[in-house]
Write a new protein. Sequence first.
Length: 129
Amino acid sequence: MLSPLLLFAMAAMASATSNCTLSNVFGDHMVLQRAPTAATVWGFAPTGTIVKTTTGGRTMTATADASGVWRQPLIPTMPTTTGNTISFVCSTGESFALQDVLFGDVSIVLAFFGWNSETIARVAAAAPV
């Protein structure tokens, strides 16, 4: 006979893998990289789940792979000044959306211990755009 703790753990794992979700690195009011780069969104779903992504009047389709990850490169989008909605519909029944998403230049700035603002500005100026 299985212990109650083992049954609880099995139920938790089953519910964790039966949902279609967007990765938590994405959220409303964010900026994604503009054209010419194609920003990619991703999430998690049971293997074989089909995820339809709609933005800018176009719908794209991705399928969750054997590891339960789906990835959708978006159509390269020119910089925007008004928010966009990116909608997702999963073949498992879930649907969700990102609201007020802008497309623009996304940069990652790393500040290292001991670097002053002048050094950081010099490194940033030398970085390719």
